[in-house]
Write a protein that binds this ligand. Structure first.
Ligand code: ADP
Length: 688
């Protein structure tokens, strides 16, 4: 059943009634008008869904009603009914957007369908407009939401940008703090690290300048450690102010303003009421005053200061720790350097190993003794185990006694030296385990001296024995000589016999010479130093050699490279030494050989050196050890006393006699003696 409202306008009453009944039956609420005027009245009074309008009415055209309806009730669907319609009226009806056009006469079913369709169409349109309405409202809500949302997004974006900015700030801070921590405590060059820190701090805080003022080790004096963009004059007065305030126990541990100090009180920055510029950040670590960080930045109020407050507080904590660390590290570094300097300057070799015996430290002296590089060196690679074939390191580290001393041979490739090895086993901690500290001394010189002593001892007994024998021989020899001389006088006429006596006397002379040498060797005369030119002495030697040189056809030369050849020596004894050596040189040469005597500076300062070089046969290596022994000779008529007596004389002068020889090429003997004999320096010296 429909309940739409229908207006029927027709001047035919019967038709009105039929339609009224028919449509009412269909469920419509029907209003009828038999003229246009009545229809207009009804339209003005009620609302209609569908209007059936006869085009030809007695008072007016149905088109007028359509127009009226369109003005008053635009949603009403109009259906035009007519028996004869003009083309114009039809066009006009269409133009006014009438729903349908029904020709009279019509059947009721058809008109019922048209009314239903109009009503249905109207309802549909109603529904549509409701939906559109709803849609529009929904759309508006959506639009509003969209606007709200974009406002929110904008706000969130702004917040995000702010958060980003503050994050960036925090990251910069963290980076700076991290760098500060890392740099200050690890950087070898602390000053550079501090410079970088002050610069970064000022940049970050937008401060005008900064300085780090530190107390000395004793905590008594306050000094500028490093500064950035602050004038010297200002720093000097700041130091004075701070020293004064600190001396009076007025400096608080809070960050304070330097300007607030009036000689009696200091205000922390949080207490400040007016503008200030010099901010002092006290640096204290574990109750110990380290110094102050001075930051020059203008704060107009406590509020403006609060934005930096937390950061400055963090700086205060971290910088205090870092400065304390750096001070400790630099003290440790100094201590380490000091220890290393000591270790490197002692005359013994020092080495330490790790738990496995690998060498981890060698001092300078040890490096001198160990020619190779440190890498991969093991303790056992260096020292020959005197206890057997096993590892010396294991032996020492496993010993019950923590300290040991043993004589071993330090050997590295072809190189070997006897050393005294003093070892200590130290257990530093669980991680490092037991390590070995070894101190060793080269015994080469000591061994040489021991050998020398033994030799001197042997020589002394030999000398004593020789002196006794020489003495005993001399008496009978004098008897033989005197008797031979008497006989020669008596047999002056018997020339053939005198010949034999002369041989006897010559041999006695030779024997006497040997005895003299023996006595000289056994009891050498103490040198009698006199001042004079040593080249003169050498010239005398050359003169004495001339006959012998001629005999052997050997050329003897002399060269003096000394600027000043004045010496205080026993000239007679030194002449004998050079003579002995040069004679040996001539004898060692073949015909046409050379013996050169060269006078020059000694290896040690204030020593002179006489080198006697020959181009002779050289000395075989196997004879080297015995060369200076008394009675060692390779000559048929030699005494073997020349070199031993010479060495004694040279040593009595405080010098040394040594040689270098290449077999088949020649030999160089070196006489090195002090320019001024030590014994002569204090005593009286007679001048030549
Ligand atoms: P002597 O000359 O009576 O043999 P020395 O003590 O002077 O006694 O010399 C000992 C030995 O040293 C000599 O016999 C000789 O074998 C050797 N000697 C010394 N000087 C030289 C030299 N310049 N060249 C080679 N051998 C030398």
């Amino acid at each position: 059943m429909k309940n739409g409202r229908v207006l029927i306008t027709d001047d035919e009453r019967s038709l009105l009634e039929i339609l009224d009944q028919f449509l009412s039956k269909k469920g419509y609420t029907v209003s009828c008008a038999d003229c246009a005027e009545e229809a207009v009245e009804l339209i003005d009074r009620d609302e209609f869904d569908v209007a059936l309008i006869d085009l030809k009415l007695p008072d007016r055209s149905g088109i007028d009603i359509v127009r009226h309806l369109r003005d008053k009730q635009p949603r009403t669907r109009c259906i035009i009914m007519t028996a004869y319609a003009s083309v114009e009226s039809s066009i006009e009806a269409l133009r006014l957007n009438t729903f349908d056009y029904v020709r009279k006469p019509f059947d009721l079913v058809k008109i019922g369908e048209v009314v239903d369709a109009a009503y249905g169409y109207m309802m549909l349109q109603d529904q549509n407009s409701r939906i559109i309405d709803k849609l529009e409202k929904a759309n508006k809500r959506l639009e509003k939401r969209k606007n709200d949302l974009s406002r929110k997004i904008m706000r969130t974006n702004e917040e995000l940008a702010r958060a980003n900015e503050s994050l960036k700030n925090h990251v910069t801070r963290l980076k700076m703090l991290y760098q500060m921590g890392r740099d200050i405590s690890s950087d070898e060059n602390w000053s550079d690290a501090l410079d970088r820190f002050l610069m970064a701090l000022c940049k970050y805080l937008d401060a005008e300048g900064a300085a780090l003022l530190l107390f000395s080790d004793s905590g008594k004096t306050l000094n500028v450690r490093t500064t950035y963009q602050l004038e010297e004059e200002f720093l000097t007065s700041t130091l004075e102010t701070l020293r004064d305030a600190h001396g009076r126990d007025l400096t608080p541990s809070e960050i304070f303003s330097l300007e607030s100090y009036d000689g009696e009180r200091i205000f922390s920055c949080l207490e400040m009421r007016r503008k200030w510029r010099e901010n002092i950040i006290p640096l204290i670590y574990k109750g110990r005053w380290l110094g102050f960080l001075l930051v020059r930045k203008v704060y107009h109020s406590r509020l403006s200061y609060l934005s930096d407050y937390h950061f400055l507080n963090t700086i205060q904590t971290i910088l205090s720790e870092e400065v304390a660390n750096a001070v400790t590290i630099s003290k440790l570094r100094n201590l380490k350097n000091f220890n290393e300097t000591i270790l490197n300057n002692i005359n013994s070799g020092v080495l330490t190993t790790d738990r496995d015996g690998r060498i981890i430290f060698l001092n300078n002296r040890a490096r001198d003794l160990v020619p190779d590089s440190l890498e991969q060196l093991h303790f056992d690679d260096l020292f020959v185990n005197p206890f057997g074939s096993g590892s010396l390191f294991e032996h020492l580290i496993g010993s019950d006694k923590p300290n040991g001393s043993v004589e071993v041979v330090l050997s590295k490739g072809d190189f070997s030296v006897p050393v005294r090895l003093n070892t200590s086993v130290v257990e530093l901690d669980d991680y490092h385990g037991k390590t070995l500290i070894a101190i060793f001394d080269d015994l080469t010189e000591q061994k040489r001296m021991e050998e020398e002593l033994r030799r001197a001892d042997r020589l002394r007994s030999l000398g004593e024995l020789s002196a006794g024998v020489a003495h005993e021989i001399r008496n009978p020899l004098t008897g033989i000589a005197t008797t031979a001389q008497v006989l020669r006088e008596k047999l002056a006429d018997e020339k053939d016999k005198i010949k034999y006596l002369t041989v006897i006397l010559d041999e006695i002379n030779r024997l006497d010479g040997i005895i003299k040498n023996l006595l000289l060797f056994a009891k050498p005369q103490t040198p009698n130093p006199t001042k004079g030119s040593i080249s003169e002495v050498l010239n005398e030697v050359v003169a004495l050699l001339s006959e012998k040189a001629l005999e052997h056809r050997v050329r003897v030369s002399i060269e003096n490279t000394l600027e000043d050849d004045q010496c205080i020596i026993d000239r007679g004894q030194i002449k004998q030494v050079v003579l002995n050596i040069a004679l040996n040189g001539i004898e060692a040469c073949n015909e046409g050989g050379n013996v050169a005597i060269v006078l020059g500076e000694g290896e040690e300062p204030s020593f002179i050196r006489v080198m006697v070089e020959d181009s002779g046969r050289g000395i075989p290596a196997e004879l080297e050890d015995r060369l200076y022994n008394p009675f060692f000779t390779t000559k048929s008529n030699g005494t073997g006393l020349g070199l031993s007596i010479s060495r004694k004389i040279v040593e009595a002068h405080g010098g040394r006699l040594y040689h270098e020889s290449v077999e088949g090429k020649g030999t160089k003997f070196f006489v090195e003696i002090p320019r001024k004999m030590a014994a002569a320096v204090s005593g009286n010296v007679s001048s030549q």
